[in-house]
Design a protein around this ligand. Structure first.
Ligand SMILES: *Cc1c(COP(=O)(O)O)cnc(C)c1O
Ligand SMILES: *[C@@H]1O[C@H](CO)[C@@H](O)[C@H](O)[C@H]1NC(C)=O
Length: 532
């Protein structure tokens, strides 16, 4: 039983009680009172890291622990430094009252008497430090989730990093990797990869269109769609001035597709004026004009804060396109999010669209891959373009398998991400801050936009502050929390939730946000008013 509690001092592990314990129904005091085998609740939720001994993989799971069940568990407590003793008591409780007087330093492979001074003395000792330095010459890159860090004193800390920069930062889960390993493959350039075919059929069916084509990225999917619709020379496309296609695709339609674009002003909800569209369509009989060949819409609209476009507007736009005899393309990189937000099927949303692009690598969590969806005829042309653009992959089923897994397992959980985003936004609202604000009614999907007052704080500074941990903060929150966010303008910071964000990440991130915002609100500042 001695091995039950591995308090790795210095090299790696840090013990830490789940936050449910410190903040929730069971207080540290309760542990003290109860002690091993004492008045401990029959069941409680703890954050536990399991199965990492000797393995690189680690997973923090929330599990219900019943005292009657013995399990090998390792608990990380950020309270370690101050309240390390509780760890031992808690451990004792977990192992059904079996307490252990010893801790084990895995760096030095040494049993220690688990007295506080003993642990401290050991971790500060020269031998331990030399060994720790040797055993860990290149600390692993700190990434999303719980990381172990060692301070100058050789004391371990647990650092929670919550990466909210983008929903593209997700790591493929173990199960997703397993699905990839087991996928049946073939050469997709010969149309012989069964996994790719399954994915294409599945997505075509999901969107109630005739066919789909698997491509490496969303950028390529959109470019292929534009180029397929604009097969002739001299074409022009109407795109939103805040759209991904216009802003973030390097002008690929012009650079590679020889297609001219004409922008239309995006309204704050991601739509645009339909009347204005009429005015932008060129006179096809005027030889001086390019030929208006396509209208593009983005749904959900990312730059508008991930807003789902109202369904009736999509229908009106579709009707207008039919009237004008123009095809409609939807950049639906996160279409499934829109469907979650609107409570409608993805097929219904794109009913009036002639082509759609859909990303598997965003909130769905696949490492790569997107789809082009349209008629059989459209997809046949798109397939030619995919090849010339370098997107004809051979055993691409290995990544298509990740996409299929994501559609089965991640898509149904998308609403969690939306709930998480709302929780983050809510916590900012609760601060009633004048320095950092959020508009709750703008949070439709998994994107939260924070607005900075630009006096006490601007977007860049807020991101830097969220990414750092002060001593006072560490003491007050008894947790080191780093929130990674992206400044998307001078005054706007974007937070995006995704499938790797768990409940405990949200809990920590909201604590951090509140703490930092409070700090800015308490900041004194002088405002100079210059009257002329
Ligand atoms: C991410 C994104 C794309 C491009 O997808 P990549 O796979 O990153 O090339 C296109 N449109 C929108 C709206 C996106 O968010
Ligand atoms: C879309 O849904 C996925 C899955 O829940 C989520 O991870 C992602 O953050 C969402 N993205 C947007 C922009 O809504």
């Amino acid at each position: 039983m001695a091995a039950m509690l591995f308090v790795m001092v210095g090299g790696a592990v840090l013990p830490m009680l789940g936050s449910d314990i410190e903040g929730g129904s069971l207080s540290m005091g309760a542990l003290e009172d109860g002690g091993p085998g004492g008045a401990v609740p029959a069941q409680m939720t703890v954050s536990v890291e399991e199965g990492i001994e000797g393995g690189a993989e680690m997973e923090v799971v929330e599990m219900k622990h019943s005292p009657e069940k013995k399990r090998r568990v390792r608990i990380y407590s950020q309270k370690f430094r101050k309240e390390w003793l509780h760890l031992k008591e808690f451990q004792g409780w977990l192992t059904e009252g079996i307490t252990d007087d010893r801790a084990h330093c895995t760096v030095c492979d040494k049993e220690l008497l688990a007295g506080k001074s003993e642990l401290l003395k050991h971790s500060r000792g020269k031998k331990h430090r030399t060994r720790a330095a040797k055993s860990n010459p290149n600390p692993p890159p700190v990434q999303h989730g719980l990381s172990r860090v060692i301070d100058e004193d050789g004391m371990p800390h647990l650092l929670r990093i919550v990466d909210l920069r983008s929903d593209t930062v997700t790591q493929p889960s173990r199960e997703m990797k397993k699905a990839m390993m087991e996928a049946t493959l073939g050469d997709d350039v010969f149309s012989e990869d069964p996994t790719v075919k399954t994915l294409e059929d599945r997505v075509a069916q999901m969107l109630e269109k005739e066919a789909a084509l698997f491509v490496p990225s969303g950028t390529m999917a959109n470019l292929i769609c534009v180029m397929t619709h604009c097969w002739g020379r001299g074409s022009e496309v109407i795109v939103g001035d805040q759209s991904h296609l216009y802003l973030w695709a390097q002008g690929g339609m012009a650079q590679i597709g020889s297609v001219h674009h004409r922008t239309i002003k995006n309204l704050p909800d991601g739509t645009f004026s339909l009347n204005e569209v009429r005015g932008l369509v060129r006179d096809e009989h005027d030889p001086q004009s390019p030929l208006t060949s396509l209208i593009c819409v983005e749904n959900p609209h990312h730059n508008a804060g991930g807003k789902a476009i109202p369904l009736n507007w999509m229908d009106e736009l579709g009707a207008l396109c039919s009237e004008l005899g123009l095809p409609l393309h939807c950049d639906g990189a996160r279409l499934i999010n829109a469907s979650v937000a609107l409570g409608t099927s993805p097929a219904r949303i794109v009913q009036a669209c002639d082509s759609v692009s859909l990303c598997l690598n965003k909130g769905l969590g696949a490492p790569m891959g997107s789809l082009v969806i349209g008629t059989k005829e459209f997809i046949a042309k798109a397939k030619r373009l995919r090849k010339v653009l370098g997107g004809g992959l051979h055993q691409s089923g290995i990544v298509a398998a990740a996409g299929l897994w994501a559609l089965d397992h991640v898509a149904p959980r998308l609403s969690w991400d939306h709930t998480h985003a709302r929780a983050l936004a809510q916590s900012v609202c609760e601060e009633h801050s004048s320095a950092v604000t959020v508009d709750l009614k703008d949070v439709h999907t998994n994107v939260v936009l924070l607005h900075c007052d630009n006096i006490r704080v601007n977007a860049k500074k807020l991101c830097q502050r969220l990414a750092s941990v002060t001593d006072e903060e560490s003491d007050e929150l008894s947790e080191q929390i780093v929130v990674m966010a992206l400044a998307i303008s001078d005054t706007t910071v974007r937070l995006v939730t995704h499938c790797d964000i768990r409940k405990e990440d949200v809990r920590s991130a909201t604590r951090k946000l509140k703490y930092v915002i409070h700090e800015y609100d308490n900041m004194m500042y002088l405002e100079y008013k210059i009257s002329v």
